[in-house]
Write a protein that binds this ligand. Sequence first.
Ligand SMILES: [Zn+2]
Ligand SMILES: [Zn+2]
Length: 260
Amino acid sequence: MGSIGVTVLGSGSKGNAILVHNDRSGLLVDAGFSLKETRKRMAQMGLCESLVKGILVTHEHVDHVCGLRVCANHFQVPIYASRLCADHLHIKDAKLRVNVIFTPGEEFAVAGFKILPFSVQHDAVEPVGYVLSTSSRRVGIAMDLGQFGQMAEYQLRSCDTLALESNHDLDLLAASNRPWRLKQRILGSHGHLSNVQSQELLSRTISNNTQNLLLVHISRECNTYELAEQGAREKLQDLGRGDVSLQAAKQDEALPTVWA
Ligand SMILES: [Zn+2]
Ligand SMILES: [Zn+2]
C-alpha cells in the first residue's frame, strides 16, 4: 500500500527524464527529451499521460530541459524550479514560464507527494537533487553532481528507491580523446560523479529501507552500463545488500518501472 513507482524514461548526456508516480498521479523530474519521445517512452512503459501533474527541474542544462516547455504545455502542468534556475530558463527561452519557485531545503507538497529539493554541486545555476516522499515511502534522486556533501548524504538516507549518478569510469575517462578542459570539468567538484564516487555515496546512504538502486547519467564515451552496474553490484555485496535490485538507466530506452 502506498507504493511509489520510479520509471527512468531515459538518462545520459543526451537527455534525462524520470517519472515518479503512484497509480493516480506522478511528477516528471526533468524533461530532457522531446515531447514526442517522452510520450513514446511513457506509452511503451504503459504509463498514462494523465498521471503527470507537474515537472520538477534539477538544473538548466539542455539534457534536462530540452522538452520542458513543450511537455509542460502538452500535459498542462506547472513547472517547478529554484529561483535562479527559473530566471536562467526564462532568459534562454522567453516563452518558458516556471510556475512555482522553490527554495532548496524547503519542502513543499504536490499531488500527494512531499517534495524536498536539496542543493548539489554542479556547474549549473542553483542545481538541486530531489527527495519525493509519501507517508510511507521515499525516493531520492541525485543526477549531475561533481561531489556530494553532507547535505546530499543526509537527504538521501532512508530512501526506498535511490537514483544515483554513476557518470564515468576514471580509466575510460583518462583514455578518452576528450579535451583536457572537458576532462577537468567532468572530474571537478562541480562536474559529475564517477562510478567510485557513486558507490561511496551509495555506501553512505543505503539503509534497511533501500530496495532499489538505479544508476543514472552514465556516460557512453567514458563508461559502460556493464562497468557501472558491476561496480555497484560488488559494492552492494560488500555492504551485505545483494538483495537490493539494481539497474543501469539507458540513454535510448526507458527502464521498466521499479516499485517500493
Ligand atoms: Zn546532465
Ligand atoms: Zn548538468
